[in-house]
Design a protein around this ligand. Structure first.
Ligand code: ADP
Length: 293
């Protein structure tokens, strides 16, 4: 079983001929609204990948909250412990021009109210095989969740995205760190992702390398490049979420990590073949079809 403690946002995406400048109003093209947020996306990814999945997070008392909850539930994610807080849900206002350039405003809304853990939330983390966190909720809550996981013997995964300053001691509670190259540099400093420096902080690291697949390294001396699956790329949005959700499921099923990373690569590749975010996340059979080759 996988527990994801993280964010849920409604993504409001407006397409426009050009991005409006300060004070300017631009007549746009199409508009789409999709459930998003790294926590919600990764919970949906894990459930679709075949893991029994519970989401811990906070949604608002607005209509977006109803939609966010319904999207999670329809993917098979357990939402019984999701908090509803009075006020707005998390919202990402995204403007995209015809060249694909974007401007994004994230308003955390209810995600900011996910503070501290209830007894039920702590029990759910303790009953899981794997806990998966990201960095779109208050960092003190991320830290508390990881600590609860570690204390209960649940394997803890931190996807350190988006890059943020980490409270001291937080990485001590992490069994497996998942980062892309930018996030890796944010943790270690320096120009190149430094896996040795990351292994001084956490016992196991997965570095995602977009179209080049990923790299797995651990303190037992493993350092392996796991190549990507070759697919036709339609849209790379949510590839990292598909990858991380699937990785949590595979590790929870007891696969060895190099094989779990290969399986997660198949999930990332299956995601980039489709346009969209949470609606492009692959099912277990999509993943298996690519993985089997
Ligand atoms: P993020 O979006 O978080 O930066 P990446 O871009 O590294 O994450 O993608 C996550 C994973 O998705 C990669 O490790 C890889 O397995 C898969 N992936 C991403 N882009 C491609 C691609 N163009 N072709 C095949 N697989 C891809």
């Amino acid at each position: 079983r996988v527990v994801v403690a993280g964010s849920a946002n409604m993504d409001l995406v407006g397409l426009a001929p050009a991005l409006p400048r300060p004070g300017e109003t631009v007549l746009g093209d199409d508009f789409v609204m999709t459930p998003g947020g790294k926590g919600s996306n990764q919970a949906i990814a894990a459930a679709l990948a075949g893991g029994e999945t519970v989401f811990l997070g906070a949604i608002g008392s607005d209509s977006f909250g109803v939609t966010l909850n319904a999207r999670l539930a329809s993917a098979g994610v357990g939402v019984d412990l999701v908090r509803t807080s009075y006020g707005s849900s998390g919202v990402a206002v995204i403007m995209v021009d015809r060249a694909g350039e974007n401007s994004i405003l994230v308003s955390p809304g209810a995600n900011r109210t996910f503070v501290g853990l209830t007894g039920e939330e702590t029990s759910a983390i303790g009953a899981a095989d794997v806990l998966l966190c990201q960095q779109e909720i208050p960092m003190a809550t991320v830290h508390a969740a990881l600590r609860a996981g570690r204390a209960a013997g649940t394997r803890t995964i931190l996807n350190a995205a988006p890059a943020r300053v980490l409270p001291s001691g937080l990485l001590d509670e992490v069994d497996l760190l998942v980062v892309n190259e930018t996030e890796a540099r944010a943790i270690t400093g320096g120009d190149d992702p430094d896996v040795a420096a990351l292994l001084a902080l956490v016992p196991r690291v997965v570095l995602t390398l977009s179209g080049n697949g990923s790299r797995y390294a651990d303190r037992d001396g493993a350092d392996v490049h796991v190549p990507a699956f070759r697919v036709e790329v339609a849209d790379t949005t949510a590839a990292g979420d598909a990858f991380t959700g699937a990785l949590a499921v595979a590790w929870g099923e007891g696969r060895d990590l190099i094989d779990a990373v290969r399986w997660a690569n198949a999930a990332g590749a299956a995601c980039v073949r489709r346009v969209g975010a949470s609606n492009a996340l692959p099912t277990r059979s999509d993943i298996e079809a690519l993985y089997a080759g």
